[in-house]
Design a protein. Structure first.
Length: 420
């Protein structure tokens, strides 16, 4: 079996692309042949990675086409990557598995690929069923018809970009309804949101993310703290996001909660890009800034040194940060947002409170820091990752669905839709 895994970026481009890279790597480790096609490389390509746009002038041409369609409001709508490159290499693979499309890949590329090969699409955010946004953030227009999108950016020279969200969403709906694409959702929450907008040609599936537990230490937290130069007798709370000032990640709620427990003298570990405004908001707290961490070994050590992960996301699918903290035997205090309740059972392996409820969050953090059962919650979190979100389970679930390939008649029928 030979699989083409396709994503916007390599692992440094975000959680969705990281999942794609891990899937390709783990397939190869298991003796299957997998190549990872990447639109934007952040790191030096691995041996199994190729550029989705091809090479040389083809890369520039794909980027230029997407740029021009974006300026017209038709975000990544023309399937440039298919006609310029993927079309010519697709016959080398038995299966094509897409991941994050946003800003790099046309939804029509899914449809064109499904005409010729069994096609899978893991949906990591809401852009698969909205007219533009990654997460609606309270807007429910996507359930009927997207229009007058509040999140649309401005173009060059602050010139408004035409609102084509209704048309773009209708095309995504057509692709899902008419083509035998196997949609995969990491959380039941994301699937339920998609059902509000899409009708599926093929029954969608839920496959949670998997974590490789090798980098995560099993030694005592006190020993890990000492190795990182952190006092072992102080409570340690971690906050983490790729970009900490991203409003969706709700770090302002986390900082307010941390300020509310200053009397407990916590040490704060911040992981991610932190701007001046956030640093000022953290004044009065002892903060160990780690910045954005690429090294998985170091990241695992940092999460293991924390007694609590404070994660206040306002919209998320099945955030890897939560799974990583759990793998590090660190209980998570979080808002009950999106797919988070599918990982955290409040009182057992962490604590959940109502989203955006600052008072409840402050109280939960204080109670957790003072709880005599904090270590036991962390141990339970680790067991839950081992049982439900392991690398082995993740790979086995994918191999099982790959082996249940769609009938050739389904592909023949989808060819007629394009009549090519």
């Amino acid at each position: 079996m030979k699989v083409a895994v396709v994503s916007k970026s390599d692992r440094s481009g975000g959680g969705a692309s990281r999942v794609a890279e891990d899937l390709a790597a783990w397939l190869n480790e298991a003796g299957h042949l997998a190549d990872h096609f990447v639109a934007f490389h952040c790191n030096e390509p691995l041996s199994f990675q190729q550029n989705l746009y091809g090479g040389g002038r083809r890369i520039k041409l794909c980027k230029k086409i997407h740029q021009k369609t974006n300026e017209l409001g038709f975000y990544e709508l023309f399937p440039a990557e298919y006609w310029i490159n993927l079309n010519w290499v697709i016959n080398n693979y038995d299966i094509v598995h897409f991941h994050d499309l946003y800003s790099a890949i046309s939804p029509l590329t899914l449809a064109l690929t499904a005409r010729r090969k069994p096609t899978f699409f893991t949906v990591h955010d809401c852009s698969a069923f909205t007219g533009y946004c990654l997460y609606p953030m309270g807007c429910d227009k996507f359930t009927t018809n997207c229009h007058q999108c509040p999140q649309l950016p401005t173009g060059k020279n602050q010139k408004p970009i035409p609102d084509r969200t209704r048309q773009v969403q209708s095309i995504k709906r057509w692709v899902a309804d008419k083509f035998p694409i196997h949609y995969i959702f990491p959380s039941n929450w994301m699937l339920s949101e998609a059902h509000k907008s899409l009708k599926f040609n093929t029954s969608p599936l839920v496959i949670p993310y998997g974590i490789d537990l090798k980098p995560f230490p099993t030694e005592k937290k006190e020993d890990v703290k000492i190795s990182l130069g952190i006092p072992e007798n102080r409570p340690v709370v971690a906050i983490s996001a790729h970009v900490l000032d991203d409003p969706r990640k709700g770090v302002k709620f986390a900082i307010a909660a941390l300020q509310s427990v200053r009397d407990l003298s916590p040490i704060v570990i911040s992981v991610g890009i932190c701007n001046t405004e956030l640093k000022q908001a953290l004044e009065g707290l002892e903060v160990k800034e780690m910045g954005y961490i690429k090294d998985p070994q170091l990241l695992a050590q940092v999460y293991s040194a924390a007694d609590i992960m404070l994660f206040c996301t306002l919209a998320d699918n099945l955030p890897l940060t939560v799974l990583e903290a759990m793998a590090a035997s660190t209980p998570v205090v979080s808002f009950a947002t999106g797919g988070v309740p599918e990982m955290i059972q409040s009182g057992s392996n962490g604590v959940l409170v109502e989203p955006a409820n600052q008072q409840a969050l402050n109280q939960a953090l204080r109670q957790a820091l003072l709880s005599p059962n904090l270590r036991e919650m962390g141990q339970q979190a680790r067991k839950d990752v081992e049982n439900n979100f392991s690398k082995t389970a993740f790979l086995e679930r994918h191999l099982k669905i790959y082996q249940n390939l769609p009938l050739s008649d389904d592909i023949k029928q989808s060819k007629q839709l394009f009549n090519v």
